[in-house]
Design a protein. Structure first.
Length: 180
């Protein structure tokens, strides 16, 4: 089923279509929300809010972008609001694979700490690109900026991260961490 057909059914109140949509996107939306909250319960609440907002605004969706872009846009907006309200200090603390070796875990924690130091306009594209796995075109749609602007922000973010790594005596291998 394509986005147009899915939206048409959702607009008509077809619960099965909405459940289909939720099932297809819930893990990625939850992961994005968790990266902001660092709390599984808060992330679940936020992700539910994203889908409720999507459902309530289904008639406002103009289909100028994909459903996934619209969902991510809502999610990023909700997460930013959440962060503002609660003054969350660390956006990425919980995104780590617990099965990694101790030194890899330390490196990932260090990278998250460095990412947290980046300005918001650079941090969000870095998170959406490296942690959520979106492409630059979709990130541009979510943030209402051009693909070139996204590319530039990711580039500047990587440059700033490299500078942070070098400042720490170059002990972290950026290629190993996926930031090359």
């Amino acid at each position: 089923m394509n986005d147009e057909e899915l939206m048409a059914k959702i607009r008509l109140g077809d619960q099965k279509s909405f459940i289909y949509l939720v099932d297809n996107y819930k893990k990625k939306i939850l992961a994005l929300c968790y990266s902001y909250t660092q709390d599984s319960h808060e992330a679940e609440d936020l992700s539910q809010d994203v889908f409720i907002t999507f459902y309530k605004n289904a008639n406002k969706f103009r289909e100028q972008s994909s459903i996934s872009t619209y969902l991510y846009k809502i999610a990023v907006s909700r997460c930013i609001d959440f962060k503002r309200k609660l003054s969350i200090k660390s956006m990425l603390t919980g995104i780590v694979n617990v099965s990694v070796k101790a030194e890899d875990l330390d490196q990932k924690i260090y990278v998250r700490q460095c990412i947290n130091k980046l300005p918001k306009d650079i941090k969000i594209p870095i998170v959406l690109f490296y942690y959520v796995g979106l492409d630059q075109k979709e990130i541009g749609k979510i943030l209402n900026i051009s693909q070139k602007a996204v590319e530039g922000r990711i580039y500047r973010g990587k440059q700033k991260l490299r500078a942070m790594f070098i400042k720490e005596d170059g002990i972290y291998d950026e290629k190993k961490l996926g930031l090359h």
